[in-house]
Design a protein around this ligand. Structure first.
Ligand code: GLY
Length: 328
């Protein structure tokens, strides 16, 4: 029982038990078009395998979520890092967040440009500064100061994104509807539980296509795009950022788990609330301190994958849950 634990110790540490490890990833909740469906599913499966390898070797949840998210940032099918969406100026501005459930330390970057892996920069903010978020020019100055490679915007932009951006120049024509059409293109994330019983989350995004310059969504905001606490679990969210911000979705999900709801109930109730209260669509992944996990969404599709007990689970369509044996 979480309320009986000593501060700073997880349930597993308290019991002296070795936890079974779990890694869950998502590649964004939106109306993924058929032409991106296979690549999206392949991409989350690869990311889940890479992140789970870290846990298998006895690595930390924090390292595992960073590795999984970097894998999706490097994959141009996803809206994060390479493949990020363009803002009204035709620039890529990236947001990312990472959080350690053992200490509640977190780091975030927002509106950062010209870097490939904002999740690693967010981790550097967490580990190398006394702050929790750096934005825009400040984030870029910090990136340069720690030797992060700067790359031209064009390197991050795909031909697919340039074409879609040209077709959809006006952000104000209804971004809410966009999450049920092909115009939105959203976010990647990962949550993990390691063998020491620690949880972590990471989330990374290019935001919304044709967003205003400087617009920041939910992804880098603590309690909204993600949250991790060894005493309740870890969450990474995806979907319409302004809606997620209004209901502080990640914390909402965890608060329902703290009240005794299962991971699936907590996810479904919270997404339903976001739909009813602010008409927002999205999705989330969650892992509890005891290793229960779920992946749910209210958009048309969300590519997700999870690995536990050497089985890889994955899906794209609502209620789809496919299975493969873990291959190293
Ligand atoms: N969910 C990502 C964003 O709205 O920026």
């Amino acid at each position: 029982m979480a309320e009986c634990l000593s501060p700073g110790k997880s349930e597993a540490q308290e019991r002296g038990a070795k936890m079974s490890v779990v890694l869950v990833v998502h590649g964004g909740a939106w109306a993924i078009p058929d032409e991106l469906a296979k690549a999206s599913v392949d991409g989350v499966k690869t990311a889940a395998r890479e992140g789970f390898s870290v846990l298998k070797r006895g690595g930390s949840a924090l390292d595992a979520v960073e590795v999984a998210v970097r894998s999706m940032e490097d994959n141009t099918v996803f809206n994060a890092g390479h493949g990020g969406t363009l803002n009204t100026d035709g620039e890529v501005e990236l947001d990312a967040f990472i959080m350690d459930g053992q200490t509640l330390a977190s780091g975030a970057v927002s509106s950062v440009k010209n870097i490939a892996n904002p999740v690693s920069l967010a981790r550097a903010v967490m580990e190398k500064t006394s702050h929790m978020m750096l934005t825009s020019r400040g984030a870029n100055l910090f990136a340069e100061s720690i030797g992060t490679a700067m790359i031209p915007t064009e390197t991050l932009v795909t031909e697919y994104e340039r074409k879609e951006w040209k077709k959809h120049k006006d952000y104000m024509t209804g971004v809410m509807e966009d999450f049920s059409t092909r115009w939105a293109h959203d976010t990647v994330g990962a949550v993990a539980l390691d063998s020491a019983g620690n949880v972590a989350c990471a989330t990374s995004t290019g935001g919304i296509r044709n967003k205003m310059v400087g617009r920041v969504g939910d992804s880098p905001i603590i309690g909204c795009g993600g949250y991790a606490d060894n005493f309740s679990g870890a969450v990474s969210c995806t979907g319409h950022g302004e809606s997620i911000l209004k209901v502080t979705l990640a914390r909402l999900i965890l608060s329902k788990m703290e009240q005794g709801k299962s991971v699936t109930e907590a996810l479904q109730m919270s997404l339903q609330h976001m739909g009813d209260r602010v008409q927002g669509a999205g999705g989330a992944i969650v892992v509890s301190p005891s290793g229960h996990w779920a992946a749910t969404f209210t958009t048309e599709r969300m590519a997700w994958a999870a690995v536990e007990h050497d089985v890889l689970w994955y899906g794209l369509e609502p209620l789809e849950r496919l299975k493969e044996h873990w291959l190293q």
